[in-house]
Design a protein around this ligand. Sequence first.
Ligand code: ADP
Ligand code: ZN
Length: 570
Amino acid sequence: MKKLGRKQIFGILSAVVALGVAAAFFVHDSAEEAAFVPYTQFVEWVDEGLVQEVAVGEAPVIAFRLHNSENAYETSNPRNPGLTEQLLLAGVDVVEQGSFAGITSLLPFVFLGGIFFFAFRAMSKNSGKGAMALNVSASDISQSDVNFQSVAGNVEAKEMVADVVDFIKNPDKYARYGARMPRGMIFYGPPGTGKTLMARAIAGEAGVPFFAVSGSDFVQMYVGVGASRVRELFKKAREAGRAVIFIDEIDAVGKTRASGGNGGNDERDQTLNALLTEMSGFSGSEGIVVIAATNRLDTLDEALLRPGRFDRQVEIALPDLTGRESILAAHAKGKPMEKSVNISQLAKQTVYFSGAMLENLLNEAAINAAKSGKETIGQNEVDTAFYTVIAGSEKKDRSGIKEQERRITAYHESGHALATKLLSPENSVAKITIIPSTKGAGGFCLNLPPDKMYYTKSELERQAISLLAGRAAEEVIFGEENITTGASNDIQRVNALVKDYVTKYGMSSKLGLATTTGEAADTECREVISNLYEQSTELMRLHKDRLDKIANALLEKETLNEDELDLLLA
Ligand code: ADP
Ligand code: ZN
């Protein structure tokens, strides 16, 4: 525990003395008629530093007075156990209601001194962070003037959220059919990809207010504050009628307990519980949607993702070539770009740039032009800006990703796609991309035929071969010594699949129906996997020309949809 410095002790003592004086005044004045103000008004005044002293207790109302005013005020008692501490931290004097009689005794001083002690401790822990903001002051409440047109690219994500706009506009229509619309959505993807923009656009399209807060606003405060801020936020949204509530950095509140580090965190749990309680309180006909954003979905507490909560998860990924071109075009609009600046060429050069970086790029270019007094923005200004943006972006943005890595990813993903197309043509490969997603290195999405009751032995084997084909393609093209860690997720999945194949489904020809576990099963799994991997590399070797074709197309276009893929293979 941190020892109190001399300054702090002095602070405590003078505060206690001041408090005594204030309390005396308070006793003196308490007979006056007090004016009642709403609690939100009170909180605002506290935030603005207007409140001098407050008498907190068990009564339905709490009394307070302002600096430079003789009037007495009252407001509703929120009965929040954390209130006293929040007030103290905001520099407001607090007296306990009903303890005036003891004012001359030393006891209250000891008691209050204790409160100050803990308050100071909490303060030093939080390194002087602004003391109190009970209202949603950190949030931005606005009528959004952004709409779907402001969001360039992100086509799939837009499709996934389009119905929500209609739901916010006409909640009754859906309620009438007994449809349960999402109360919460999670947008996940790398920073700067337009998650906030998209949430704002939903509000704009629906023509409702947009309430934005950050998860970190909730938890850097003191116990109980986060929860009460959540309640306050939802109250305001309800008062507005229909609304979009946006919670950025939801991980701050909703991280899995496992990944949370130092075990339980009361404040975070309370805040999370308050959030879930508020969401479950929606009747479904309110037209309020909560959108949370995170960079990583896999770190979130399961509780958040259950039905009735944030049960729609939308990936907002880094833009591919086409996406970058439309984002660049959108931000070039209204800027005096020279004709010679080739936007599609620029899109090609900006692999792994997020939307925010692209916006930044053109903005820097404009600044460069303005600095040198040029009328228009030319290639020179763009080039200079390019290096500014690259240098300013951290490595984790992956913008500096090496060409060789891109090639390996392209072949890896092509391997999966090719094997699936060759072995399981009944399965669709909806999309294949080399733009990294939060789920894994590249992106390959395979839609298995839905609602299958069972799979045949051959189907399982083909599925395993396709899963192994990423690594197999790496090995065939780049040699065994150059295989990468990019396949780790595939390998885990294959192992799980083969384990079931051997021990659960009794499909191994060697062990047959015996559901053995232990060494015999392990050995057999290993054998099955290595056999399947052998088949997978064989397949890649045999169809190397097609593999090259897909990989080259991927390197050029970054994303291929099913039609494009079929065309390449035809
Ligand atoms: P995130 O919330 O994912 O971190 P933001 O929504 O805050 O990203 O994006 C920051 C800025 O980047 C936006 O205000 C916008 O100028 C630009 N931007 C990002 N994505 C897009 C996009 N798809 N279309 C147009 N601009 C974008
Ligand atoms: Zn893979």
